[in-house]
Design a protein around this ligand. Structure first.
Ligand code: ADP
Ligand code: MG
Length: 217
């Protein structure tokens, strides 16, 4: 579940980004729509506890994020959240398998080889386990990042423009994988996008439309 009230965020020397209230039940899906610069990535960063909201309220998976500080936020994020950022942040020095292993390291948990094998299999990338990120196509890298994002069965999955660089077929597949991954752990799913194909593929999703922001003086 995600609940926000009068949420806003202000970068230095900019006008505040103001967000409409959200009430998203556990297991539901939300599309964050808006043009480039409207605040989609900022909203996701607030929901991930990567940015701290000084104004308004935000609760994610029953946790009031404004009440969590520092290391506690990092621990909460590692245990409860699957984040698929626009830039995938796979570690170039590590194999696919070890990139998945990082999820356990970040959460302070013992590495579970069986769960890693299962996640790779669910996303059809078992054959790529020993490759490094530079040896993957864009679509393969995204599947690996998704496998890592859902490895610890997060309560919430956040995806930033997951279809932006994909052709129609790959975009449909990525959306199916995101939705089936979310269903398999009963996670709430939020997708930030300005891609009309996403809404067409997910008519059941709630929509939060972000308005273009006034340019700061
Ligand atoms: P979107 O993801 O919808 O393209 P963003 O959330 O990335 O929008 O950005 C919203 C606004 O905040 C934009 O005007 C952008 O330039 C600004 N912005 C984003 N990140 C920063 C930052 N680190 N410092 C200052 N301004 C930023
Ligand atoms: Mg963005």
């Amino acid at each position: 579940m995600i609940r926000t009230r009068t949420l806003s965020y202000c970068y230095p020397k900019a006008s505040p980004l103001v967000f409409a209230d959200v009430d998203l039940p556990q297991g539901a899906a939300l599309l964050l729509h808006g043009n480039s610069g409207s605040g989609k990535s900022t909203w996701l960063a607030l929901a991930a506890g990567l940015l701290w909201a000084r104004v308004g309220e935000i609760s994610v998976a029953d946790q009031d994020l404004t009440a969590l500080k520092g290391a506690a936020r990092d621990a909460w994020r590692a245990r409860n959240l699957g984040f698929l950022p626009q830039k995938l942040h796979l570690s170039a020095a590590l194999t696919v398998e070890d990139n998945l292993g990082l999820a356990y390291f970040a959460a302070g948990l013992a590495r579970d080889e069986v769960a890693i094998a299962h996640a790779l299999d669910a996303l059809g990338v078992t054959d790529l386990a020993q490759r490094r990120p530079s040896q993957l196509s864009g679509g393969q890298a995204q599947r690996v990042a998704l496998a890592r994002a859902v490895l610890l069965k997060p309560r919430v999955i956040l995806a930033d423009e997951p279809t932006a660089s994909l052709d129609d077929e790959a975009a449909q597949l990525a959306l199916q994988l995101l939705q089936s991954s979310a269903r398999s752990c009963d996670a709430t799913l939020v997708i930030a996008t300005h891609d009309a194909r996403v809404q067409a593929a997910m008519p059941q999703a709630l929509t939060l439309r972000l308005l273009p922001q006034a340019v700061a003086a």
